[in-house]
Design a protein around this ligand. Structure first.
Ligand SMILES: Nc1ncnc2c1ncn2[C@@H]1O[C@H](COP(=O)(O)OP(=O)(O)OP(=O)(O)O)[C@@H](O)[C@H]1O
Ligand SMILES: [Mg+2]
Length: 172
């Protein structure tokens, strides 16, 4: 599958405005990420980086503006229409956002169960591979998020973000 559908950009943000009550978080933000680029967003705490990420993956709506990912407009996109896009991006959230009732291996495997027809044996093998890729020790797969250090939780969240070999990896 090509990295983009009908444009040469992976992410294209135009005229983005976000406000929480009277507080302006994004004022006419424009940003383009092209295939193969590693794009870093740097800014002071509370300047709107995580909000921008949530808007990019259609978890939150801006006040106005356009966000196109793989050529598709995600502003105003329904959950159903967002599903094919969710298979193409992986997200590591700022605080991990792992499911506390699932082990690390189950957290990674859940993505594969949701989005692929793979059997449990293969899912377990892929999950173990992704966990190893992040530098976590092999026994971390059987642990619950509450049993992990902050850094280990970040790595587990990265393993989950990588589960589907995404074309686009978003790291907060
Ligand atoms: N749901 C919300 N309701 C009200 N205000 C919000 C909400 N989410 C974020 N904010 C505010 O929007 C601003 C941007 O928050 P955001 O989390 O995007 O910052 P950030 O750049 O990721 O910061 P950090 O570097 O600390 O992670 C902050 O002032 C925050 O208080
Ligand atoms: Mg943040």
């Amino acid at each position: 599958m090509p990295a983009t559908q009908d444009t040469d950009t992976v992410i294209d943000i135009r005229g983005l405005n976000t406000r929480f009550g009277g507080a302006v978080v994004h004022d006419n933000v424009n940003l383009t990420v092209r295939p193969g680029e590693i794009f870093s967003l740097v800014g002071t705490s509370g300047c709107g980086k995580s909000t921008l990420l949530r808007e990019t993956i259609a978890l939150q709506q801006p006040v106005s503006g356009s966000i196109r990912v793989f050529g598709r407009e995600v502003v105003g996109l329904s959950d159903e229409d967002a599903l094919p896009l969710r298979r193409r991006w992986g997200v590591m959230f700022e605080r991990g956002a792992l499911f506390s009732a699932l082990t690390v291996k189950e957290n990674v495997g859940m993505v594969l169960r949701e989005h692929t027809p793979l059997g449990q044996t293969l899912i377990d093998e892929i999950a173990a591979l992704k966990i190893a890729l992040t530098g976590l020790p092999a026994d971390a797969g059987a642990k619950y998020p509450s049993e992990l250090s902050g850094g280990m939780r970040k790595r587990a969240a990265l393993a989950r973000a990588l589960a589907l070999d995404p074309e686009l990896l978003l790291l907060d």
